[in-house]
Design a protein around this ligand. Structure first.
Ligand code: SF4
Length: 125
């Protein structure tokens, strides 16, 4: 299992094995370029019982780090495919990733319906 790209934080809400990418994580080439590998500020995962205003501020700060990361696309796709349930990955919060995944699922269903319609028209043809 891959670790997220940022350094692990001591937070109750996130199991330790789900922490960000750490220095020892080099199983994917993009890990070595992750800007957040040495996240000292603890931006990427929520501490337990974090107030909403603090969470929003922290997430925006994490997104600013992601915005200058050369592997944002790879990181985001990894977090969507796993899917990673916690933290900011590739500039997206967990809630934002759920929205992206829901949109992708809807698009896949629509594509399957369209493909099925074309197949029926061809078969009738
Ligand atoms: S995109 Fe963000 S979370 Fe992903 S590796 Fe880069 S800094 Fe870390």
């Amino acid at each position: 299992m891959l670790h997220p790209p940022h350094q692990s934080l001591q937070v109750a809400a996130v199991p330790p094995q789900r922490g960000p990418v750490r220095d020892r994580d080099q199983d994917d080439p993009w890990h070595t370029e992750a800007v957040c590998r040495r996240d000292e500020a603890g931006l990427f995962f929520a501490p337990s019982k974090e107030p909403t205003a603090a969470r929003l501020s922290r997430e925006e700060a994490a997104k600013r780090v992601c915005a200058r990361c050369p592997v944002m696309v790879e990181c985001r796709e990894h977090a969507l495919l796993q899917p990673e349930p916690y933290g900011v990955w590739g500039g997206l919060t967990a809630a934002e990733r759920r929205v992206v995944l829901a949109r992708r699922r809807r698009r896949e269903v629509e594509l399957q319906k369209a493909t099925s319609s074309v197949d029926q028209i061809r078969a009738a043809g």
